[in-house]
Design a protein around this ligand. Sequence first.
Ligand SMILES: [Zn+2]
Length: 141
Amino acid sequence: MSARPHLVTDLDSAPWWEALRRREFLVQACVPCRRLRWPARGFCNDCGSDDWTWVRASGLGTVASWTVTHRPAAEGGPFAVVLVRLADQDDILVPGYVDGPQDGTGLAIGLPVEVGFMDVAAGDDERDVVVLRWQPVHRSG
Ligand SMILES: [Zn+2]
């Protein structure tokens, strides 16, 4: 039996989950002041406006922090979750799974990553949902 928590979608976040299903990475943008925000909410913390839209983010960022959850091997072993600071706006931190060793080996603050996606059975009633799985960017040279 899976102990994975169920995700709950609401009116504000529904477009986020729908975009993930299309492999699109969106963030909210305030219409009057153009500030980006994530997670979704109904008004702008900067200017207070409730006029907003969704925009496609670059999908680029850097690792700001991470955690490693340790589980017995029979339950899949450890897994890493990173908090990514978006290149689009440096006060937005977005969590997600990460490619690579799941014990945290190779992770570093400032590590460049790009967005990726992964299907998991974690939604309401265990339906499949798409979640973020960040990909470390390996610079050549
Ligand atoms: Zn605003």
